[in-house]
Design a protein around this ligand. Structure first.
Ligand code: GDP
Ligand code: MN
Length: 388
């Protein structure tokens, strides 16, 4: 799960990592009050969206004086922002953060994440922080230092100091960065994060070290241990299809292709996506309706697929074991009655109660293209997606 920069900065503050004074606003009326509260005469107006690369896309703007800051803030609120991480359709900026600007001397990169292959935590640090860090990682990987640590024992203090010494030698700087590295690691481990990142961590012209950007991604499977973190979820920033699927406990992942799929079993769902691609198509989603899905779940799943504009045909591939074919048929029929079936529907049913399921579908009067076997089903669905 991703959260906004302003939320990550709240967590930083709680753990003692310095950040500039800032205030999130989501309405034009709140702007002037927020700027007064922050004070000072230089501000940074920052779009709060769940996508990086804002700086290069005009989503981070430095303003001289409160009236210029207010003008930029009003302009940014409600506008669409396209960054290299947002996808071509961009994101509507519903929240912005107003920050006290800092005079930057140097920018550093600091992050904690997981090295899955080594099964260890890793601290990434670099003197080449800032907006070009991806480029640096690509062309000059030697400029990024890696320090591994044990997830159970945590980071030793000498390691935190080593990371800091890799970035600078000034004693006050080393002391400040050592503390930040320790706290960053503490956040990572305690909150079950998958990434905690500061880019850039800056040395200001008056010698202070502060995090002017903040990013935390959380491991979804750990969220049940941290309800206060789960409460930070912003559904408006998430794929609306996935938000809806979550309400029904469906195992759904939105993709960009045109063949909507409904499958039982994660393995079969993966295989179905592979076969769709083999047939020259692209799946619009991954969906495992599970073994024990009820009619209302199947119905909800079907509605989510149908509400997706990308979907040009639907492939239902059910191998009934625990899942019964007639339950699936019933869900499809109910959903198709509620929502107009605007695309061709290819159905491949096998297994428990298959005859009953097929009979229900026949009697329903819904236009279905029946298929025998997975490869036939997939090529039919791909063909039909191309036509409609
Ligand atoms: P990102 O592009 O989405 O990662 O957004 P950041 O929050 O990292 O901001 C992008 C860039 O804006 C930073 O690398 C800084 O160079 C610049 N910036 C952000 N805040 C300030 C500030 O307070 N003062 C100055 N001078 N520049 C800033
Ligand atoms: Mn950044």
């Amino acid at each position: 799960m991703k959260i906004h920069e302003y939320q990550a900065k709240e967590i930083f503050t709680r753990y003692g990592i310095p950040v500039p004074k800032n205030k999130m606003v989501e309405s034009a009326e709140a702007i002037d009050g927020a700027l007064r509260e922050i004070g000072g005469d230089t501000f940074v107006v920052k779009a709060q969206i769940h996508a990086g690369g804002r700086g290069k896309a005009g989503g981070v703007r430095v303003a001289q004086g409160a009236s210029e800051a207010a003008r930029i803030a009003r302009e940014m609120l409600g506008a669409k922002l396209v960054t290299r991480q947002s996808g071509p359709q961009g994101r509507v900026v519903r929240k912005i953060s107003l920050d006290a600007a800092v005079a930057i001397d140097r920018e550093y990169y600091l992050a904690v994440t997981l090295d899955r292959a080594k099964a260890r935590g890793v601290i990434l640090s670099s003197q080449a922080g800032g907006m070009d860090i991806e480029e640096v990682a690509h062309t000059q990987p030697e400029k990024i230092n890696k320090t591994y640590f044990d997830l159970v024992f945590g980071l030793a203090s000498y390691q935190a100091r080593e990371v800091a010494l890799g970035l600078g030698k000034d004693p006050a700087f080393v002391k400040a960065v050592t503390q930040i590295v320790q706290k960053l690691t503490e956040i990572f481990v305690r909150l079950d994060a998958s990434l905690v990142e500061i880019n850039p961590l800056v040395l200001t012209r008056d010698g202070a070290v502060t995090a002017i950007d903040a990013k935390i991604d959380f491991e979804d499977n750990g969220l049940y241990r941290h309800p206060e973190v789960g409460a930070l979820r912003d559904p408006l920033e998430e794929d609306p299809r996935e938000v809806e699927a979550k309400k029904y406990n469906l195992n759904y992942v939105g993709l960009d292709g045109s063949v909507g799929c409904m499958v039982n079993g994660a393995g079969l769902a993966m295989a179905t996506m592979d076969v769709i691609m083999l047939a020259g198509g692209m799946p619009a989603n991954f969906l495992d309706v599970g073994g024990g899905a009820k009619v209302d779940q199947v119905k909800a799943a079907f509605k989510i697929i149908l509400s997706d504009e990308r979907v040009k045909s639907i492939l239902v591939n059910i191998f009934g074991g625990i899942m019964k074919c007639d339950v699936v048929a019933d869900g499809i029929i109910q959903a198709a009655r509620d929502v107009q079936l605007r695309v061709p529907l290819v159905v491949r049913l096998e297994g428990t109660n298959v005859e009953k399921g097929k009979e229900l579908l026949r009697q329903s009067g819904i236009r279905i293209t029946p298929a025998e076997g997975l490869s036939q089903a997939a090529s039919l669905a791909v063909q039909l997606a191309g036509k409609s």
